[in-house]
Design a protein around this ligand. Sequence first.
Ligand code: UPG
Ligand code: MN
Length: 744
Amino acid sequence: MAKDDNLPLFETKSAKGRILFQIYSLLIFVGTCFIFAYRLSHIPAKGEPGRWAWMGLFFLELWFCFYWFVTTVVRWNPIYRNTFKDRLSHRYEKALPGIDIFVCTADPVIEPPVMVINTVLSVMAYDYPPEKLSVYLSDDGGSNLTFYAMLEASRFSKIWLPFCKKFKVEPRSSKVYFRIVVEPLRESVLPKEWSTVKKCPISSTKIKLCMLYEDMKKRIENTTKLGQISEEISKEHKGFNEWILVASRHDHQTILQILIDGRDSEAVDIQGQPLPTLVYLAREKRTQYHHHFKAGAMNALIRVSSRINNSPIILNVDCDMYSNNSKSVRDALCFFMDEEKGNEVGFVQFPQAFENLTKNDLYSSSLNVARQMEMPGFDGNGGPCYIGTGCFHRRETLSGKKYNKNFKENWKRWSNRSVEESTRVLEETSKVLASCNYEENTQWGKEIGVKYDSAVEDVLTGLAIQCGGWRSIYFNPERKGFLGVAPTTLLQSLVQYRRWSYGDFQIFASRHCPFVLGYKKIPLKLQLSYCIYLLWAPTSLTTLYYVIAPSLCLLKGISLFPQISNPWVLAFVFVIFLHRAYSLGECIWFGGTFKGWWNDQRMWLYRRTTSYFFGLLDYILKQLGFTKSTFVITTKVADDDVSQRYEQDVMEFGTSSPMFTILATLALLNAFCFFGGLKRMIADLETMVWEQFALQILLCGLLVFINLPVYQGLFFRKDVASLPTSVSYQSTIFALLACAIALY
Ligand SMILES: O=c1ccn([C@@H]2O[C@H](COP(=O)(O)OP(=O)(O)O[C@H]3O[C@H](CO)[C@@H](O)[C@H](O)[C@H]3O)[C@@H](O)[C@H]2O)c(=O)[nH]1
Ligand SMILES: [Mn+2]
């Protein structure tokens, strides 16, 4: 026995400099107390104008205070993890468990097959014994285009995998690798004909492979364009044409194909090494059975994979989330296989990060603060939530098993398992498990598998696992584990947050509310932590009030804040200033820019006033039975000119949407109030009324300032992505109407 045999496989560190944060929190707390003291002692008397607006403001400040308290609970004790992969391979290299990897896709148009197979290739190429890896693609679109791309990928993997191992390639998405490594050289160094270059800075193997990849890509894209499959493929897979027909009606039967069977000794790469198993699954869909979107797909995958490999660990990624780090599987295993603490680990969540961010992050998609502050905070409070992608699960947690203290994993139990069945038989028998009515009258989606009760199935499932006694772990390695595609237009981003806020609030308002489900099962601080996401939807109302009421009162001449010469004003200035300064500091500390922070403030406002508001409406309408649940899939491609505007940080409107009408109405309303307020002050300069309205005019002015892109889109831009005239008309009318009502 070597002497490191008892050392742990991972370590946990607390964040430094917490004392500063605690001082900051204390200061904010004291400041807020003063604000409340002022509010309570200065309530306008009965009959005085603005009494109700005042009360409203007081109530909202209480709410903001609670919300601030929750964000503070999250930030109180963040922890960071580190793994020791050398110890893992030293101890377990021969006995590593099998890993089943699930990739989900649903629509070949907004999730292009080339992108999907690059994700698949990247996870097939993990630095892990290939015979222990199985990759499953669930295609909810039942698209022959995606299937065809998978066939191409299964062929390409035979050269791609040995190549990755030989050159220690990172990242292992072919598309990204060639873009980073080969493309830059292609233009500068290489003349037209690549193969004729002798003195090339990259080896000819790399060039050849890149050409092969380009060929494959062209074939896939051409099929996509033509909408048909090459004859060769349809001959190879009988019954294919029939499938094209059924799939196009979106009502189709299960199609399950094991493209590479890892147990087959003939399934080898060009160097004779075994390949990971590769499975394509399009589960059956019928209009009369609810398919439950991604959660339904995951559950079908869980069942099918249990029949084929039944690996003890399941990794789940979205189709745009390629693996950016070939060691992630080993990282995750360091947590699961740790002798002392490993048995209680239910899932290991990697952060969601994106490859297509711009420097100033116009739509605030980077999730920098969530990734580096909030999630470590969750981990410190009892464990991160499950965020749907980049997550390794212990299979038992997904089959509804609860943790108990005596549980001890026997990894050998799993690795000994070998199913001696022909691929054909497996394919046929597994199909039943993915049929549309398999789950009828079962606990799937309720007690077993990924949960169905919410539009954010991931958060709900993670919470249930934690309440079942399992620990979750958050791991954010230096080299990011996974990279995905962030929305590239304003509307996409707002729609995505609408689904999230709706789903999150659904959880909060149900019997799965962390305070109910988690009572005595997870720590109170974790229950509170969940609120920062689950309470998004209701914060829309408070925010709407805060951007409307003070401005209208300004227009009408009702003062809601202390006047500037009054010492009480200090409390407001102090809290607001310190709070924002902290947020700016946090943003910059985690790699943002000043402009990025400013954009984040804007998106904070836009999400609250539109996405969260509609999320709340969605919830109410669903409760009343007016709507059915939907899942608007986030688009992962953009036209060239959309991409160009995205890269130049030009805000994308372009269509009319009720969300845009709200944004424009609020922007105009504040502009009217601002100028109306200014006019009043200038007119009454001697009587010093401005003193009473200083804070209100400041707030209103800030709102005008942050809305500059909206005014531009309304009046000053003429390009296709500006705001349509219909939105301009509607919003002008609404804003004028609101002002008129307030004045008279
Ligand atoms: O009916 C469906 C709908 C979606 N998906 C897949 O689900 C994934 C996530 O969908 P996406 O539109 O990209 O949603 P995002 O908002 O980016 O996803 C986040 O939020 C979702 C919950 O709202 C989680 O399921 C995701 O894992 C998480 O990344 C994608 O791979 C889709 O192909 C399906 O498989 N079937
Ligand atoms: Mn996504």
